[in-house]
Design a protein around this ligand. Structure first.
Ligand SMILES: Cc1cc2nc3c(=O)[nH]c(=O)nc-3n(C[C@H](O)[C@H](O)[C@H](O)COP(=O)(O)OP(=O)(O)OC[C@H]3O[C@@H](n4cnc5c(N)ncnc54)[C@H](O)[C@@H]3O)c2cc1C
Length: 424
């Protein structure tokens, strides 16, 4: 990564400037290079160092269930007032987040679900195959694993494949199996006997070091001539020809196509163009047991507390919680400490002496779908943000979609669900 622009900003016919070098920006860069674009990425941090490094590593081809579903509002008070619950709200932030919450609840109406689920499925379904193909020949093939995604239930009666969220997956081709507690412990002997049943999602993927995947793929971008610039992007302004000029710490930068892939900060950049997008920083935490003393074979999800437990190269990672406090609030690592207590309840034999904690910001839209495609009135500025809980999963297909838009060769998926106009 460099703090100087070696190209001194000489945009060619087919060049792209990508704002943000998280996993989404990196996958966009690779796909744009496939379409013959010369790419530059600009980020104030190293590639894939934010949400794209600390996530739970679930590569989830069958994820098609949005965060907001009918009746979700019934759980919100229970979650918010439980200090160990999955949802946390800084009360001073409540007035700011309320309009987003209203849109979130509206998105969960039954009649909206099928289109949202199909939009999620189209991005997420190819994820595992696409990662394997992106990593092939890079030396990073070992970072992606086949496996199960196992949802744990304390009470056997709650593991019910006729529930809406399982039906939605089944309708879209997922292979699911309900297993008893004993069968669960044959697959994962470390899980506590209190868990009475589980739902196993088959044909899943997992990343054993999501940050390393980003770094390996960033290396591929560079090998193909891509350039990573290290600087802040202050804002965007129209260039008068349907594109934009980025005002950055390295001066003004432009390109024939600009891709906004700045994760949770993307709405701030769009605000400088006068566009108001409902994008919240849905802050999540992780806690890694670096010397766990127990073994896991697959990623687990605790269904009540809604956190994931992932075997990774650096230990076992417990990742979850949704905290609404705004982009700039300091982390509250008490949220990560809660994960430490809960870790013992799921894996009683785990050693929680040596741990590391982390906070990252999910870029969350109210309807769990990202904004992809050209900005209104600015056909050469392309949105690629808002992947919420599923940005690691959705990034490779997002890259293809964005590169298709940039090249004027749209992919064969229906872009309607991702249009930014749905919020404007
Ligand atoms: C706890 C947790 C667990 C998760 N688990 C999973 C999971 O298991 N599976 C899954 O698919 N997803 C998961 N996610 C979601 C996933 O991590 C995110 O959706 C994804 O990383 C978003 O990628 P991104 O590239 O859009 O954003 P980011 O990774 O946030 O990258 C955006 C980049 O833009 C840069 N940037 C922003 N504004 C500016 C600016 N003005 N100037 C310069 N640079 C700027 C930032 O520095 C950053 O590097 C999880 C997230 C969290 C927090």
């Amino acid at each position: 990564m460099t703090d100087k622009d070696p190209d001194a900003d000489k945009p060619g016919e087919k060049d792209a400037l990508i704002l943000g070098a998280g996993i989404v920006g990196i996958c966009c860069a690779l796909a744009l290079q496939d379409q013959g674009f010369k790419v530059r990425l600009i980020d104030r941090d190293a590639p894939a160092s934010g949400a794209s490094s600390g996530n739970a590593g679930v590569i989830s081809p069958w994820s098609c269930v949005p965060q907001s579903v009918p009746g979700v509002w019934r759980n919100i008070p229970k979650w918010v007032f439980d200090p160990e619950g999955p949802l946390s709200l800084r009360w001073a932030y409540l007035p700011r987040v309320l309009p987003w919450v209203a849109k979130f609840l509206a998105a969960g109406q039954a009649h909206r679900l099928p289109a949202i689920a199909d939009g999620m499925a189209a991005l997420n379904h190819p994820s595992l195959d696409l990662y394997k193909s992106l990593l092939k020949g890079t030396g990073g093939e070992h970072l992606v694993h086949d496996g199960y995604y196992i949802h744990l239930y304390r009470h056997a009666k709650d593991a019910n494949l006729s529930d809406l969220s399982w039906r939605m997956r089944l309708e879209r081709g997922a292979e699911l199996e309900r297993v008893t507690g004993d069968e669960l412990r044959e697959i994962e002997p470390a899980v506590a006997p209190e868990y009475g049943a589980a739902v196993v999602i088959k044909n899943q993927g997992r990343a054993s070091d999501p940050g390393a995947i980003g770094r390996v793929l960033a290396g591929e971008v560079e090998k193909r001539g891509g350039v990573f610039l290290r600087s802040e992007v202050h804002g965007l302004r129209p260039n008068g020809h349907g594109g934009a000029i980025a005002d950055t710490g390295l001066g003004e930068l432009t390109a024939s196509k600009i891709v906004v892939a700045a994760g949770a900060w993307s709405a701030r950049l769009l605000a400088t163009l006068g566009l108001k997008v409902p994008l919240e920083a849905e802050r999540g935490y992780h806690m890694i047991c670096t010397d766990p003393g127990v073994k896991l074979n697959n990623i687990l999800s605790e269904s009540d507390r809604k956190f994931a437990i992932s075997p990774m190269d650096m230990g076992i990672r417990f990742a979850g919680t949704a905290e609404f406090a705004g982009l700039d609030a300091p982390p509250n690592y008490a949220r990560a400490e809660i994960l430490k207590r809960q870790a013992k309840r799921v894996l009683p034999g785990i050693d929680t002496e040596a741990t590391e904690v982390w906070m990252g910001q999910r870029p969350s839209t109210p309807d769990s779908l990202p904004c992809l495609g050209p900005l209104p009135g600015l056909p050469h500025v392309i949105a690629a943000f808002g992947h919420a809980h599923l940005g690691l999963t959705g990034a490779p297909m997002t890259g293809r979609v964005v590169a298709g838009v940039a090249a004027g060769a749209p992919s064969n998926i229906d872009m309607t669900p991702y249009r930014i106009e749905r919020f404007l």
